[in-house]
Design a protein around this ligand. Structure first.
Ligand SMILES: [Zn+2]
Length: 274
């Protein structure tokens, strides 16, 4: 990420604070690990493996930089064509370890039936308050799979509601500072707001994706993300190289955010123009 494009001072302070005062506690009603800790960066995704595919390199990079990183999968993948929920849970745990992700939670919402309804928002508010992220990565709001679209809207609404003191859910009010949308693999003509250089973590991203053997071994398509029928790992490499080329780096992951990004010093701007 172009350090001049965000507020690195604020991020650094938040990270130090989290590392010093990590808190563990139980999240009532949450499936998966019952004890968690606060994180700096939280990726919220509809299905196990979505986060690895859309922002795995960015998560690994943030973890390597010393930030607390978490993934919140909304469903357990019980409606998937390949594998079952138990197998996908084990795969997800292995992938999280590869990425260096400290916390991986599962909201236990119904796969292929996600809804942005009150019980789902309350569950997410609880988990966002518990993990206390400064930055949240969501799926892009447009997508072929209804779960992806709804996960985006549900995640965004829950981030806002988590900050309301009188919203009826467990935990102290907390509203994430920044919401980013993972843009990888979208066909919409949306120019990324920025691209994260994942050259140093690209192989780690691939290794994490390979943990999902039940989904990808021998597969020639992966739903919305890779519908072309070509070799999946080769496609990931080509697409990541394309986004990397936009910032003159080997590999990159694109993101969109609604706000205008701030620059303090134009002389620190990266990416050569001419
Ligand atoms: Zn998905």
């Amino acid at each position: 990420m172009d350090r001049a494009a965000v507020d690195p001072r604020g991020q650094r302070r938040r990270s130090d604070l989290t590392l010093q005062f990590r808190i563990t506690f139980r999240i009532p009603g949450a499936r998966g690990p019952s004890v968690t800790q606060t994180v700096d960066l939280l990726a919220i995704a509809a299905h196990r493996d979505d986060a690895e595919l859309t922002c795995g390199g960015t998560l690994a990079k943030a973890a390597r930089a010393g930030h607390g990183v978490g993934i919140l999968d909304l469903t357990q993948g019980e409606a998937g064509t390949r594998g079952d929920a138990g197998l996908r849970a084990a795969e997800a745990e292995r992938a999280a370890k590869v990425l260096g992700v400290a916390v991986r939670l599962n909201a236990g919402l119904p796969d292929a039936h996600l809804q942005n309804d009150e019980p789902s928002r309350a569950r997410l508010v609880e988990l966002i308050r518990a993990t206390h992220p400064r930055v949240v990565i969501l799926p892009f709001p447009v997508g072929r799979h209804p779960d992806h679209r709804i996960a985006s809207e549900l995640g965004r609404d829950a981030c806002y509601l988590a900050g309301l003191a009188k919203y009826g859910a467990a935990g102290a009010p907390h509203r994430p500072f920044k919401v980013l949308y993972a843009l990888a693999y979208r066909e919409d003509p949306v120019k990324p707001s920025f691209v994260v250089d994942i050259s140093d973590t690209f192989e780690t991203k691939l290794e994490a994706i390979r943990c999902y053997a039940s989904q990808f071994d021998g597969a020639r398509a992966a739903g919305e993300i890779f519908p072309t029928g070509q070799n999946l790992y080769e496609l990931i490499r080509v697409q990541s190289a394309h986004y990397g080329s936009l910032i003159r780096k080997a590999y990159g992951e694109p993101f969109f955010c609604n706000e205008t990004l701030e620059v303090q010093d134009v002389l620190q701007l990266g990416v050569q123009s001419l």
